[in-house]
Design a protein around this ligand. Structure first.
Ligand code: FES
Length: 162
């Protein structure tokens, strides 16, 4: 490994995705939420250096940006584990017992909502609606959808990803 190698190229590559996303918007305040959504999609979360760059390039104040990030539960400031679990807490899922699924997941994974397991295998999040309310209660692990869940399904499903 060459420790004297300049990291400028790596840095510029890292920000390629950022440049492409910012180019799609005018950088106005009303663009902030879609920009943050696109950045999170591209980076998997919202890294601090990307947020710094966003403030520098748009003139938005860090307090304003952090205000939006902390207000909306969809935004993440830390990387997720290998498998992102999105448990739906929308109305249909809530009525059908998503809180019991949440308890089963927390117990099985030994984490709270919003946390990542120590082995970095799972991150547990809740979302407002996954768009398949007929399957309530629903969760997604990566791109896989699991519906009509009951608590006893949870260990078996998680086993597939361990
Ligand atoms: S409320 Fe859960 S999928 Fe719509």
């Amino acid at each position: 490994m060459n420790n004297n190698k300049c990291c400028c190229a790596e840095r510029s590559h890292y920000f390629d995705k950022f440049d492409k996303i910012l180019a799609m918007y005018e950088g106005k305040e009303s663009d902030l939420i879609p920009i943050l959504q696109d950045l999170q999609e591209a980076y998997g979360y919202l890294p601090q250096d990307v947020l710094d760059e966003l403030c520098n390039r748009t003139g938005m104040h860090p307090t304003q940006v952090m205000g939006v990030i902390t207000f909306y539960s969809q935004f993440r400031l830390l990387p997720t584990g290998q498998n992102l679990i999105k448990l739906c807490f929308g109305t249909a899922c809530h009525v059908k017992g998503s809180d019991k699924i949440a308890e089963a997941l927390k117990e099985e994974l030994k984490i709270e909502i919003g946390e990542t397991t120590k082995d970095n295998k799972f991150t547990l999040e809740t979302v407002a609606c996954l768009g398949c309310c007929g399957l309530a209660p629903v969760m997604m692990i990566g791109d896989d959808v699991y519906g009509k869940l009951v608590p006893k399904d949870v260990p078996k499903i998680l086993e597939k990803y361990r």
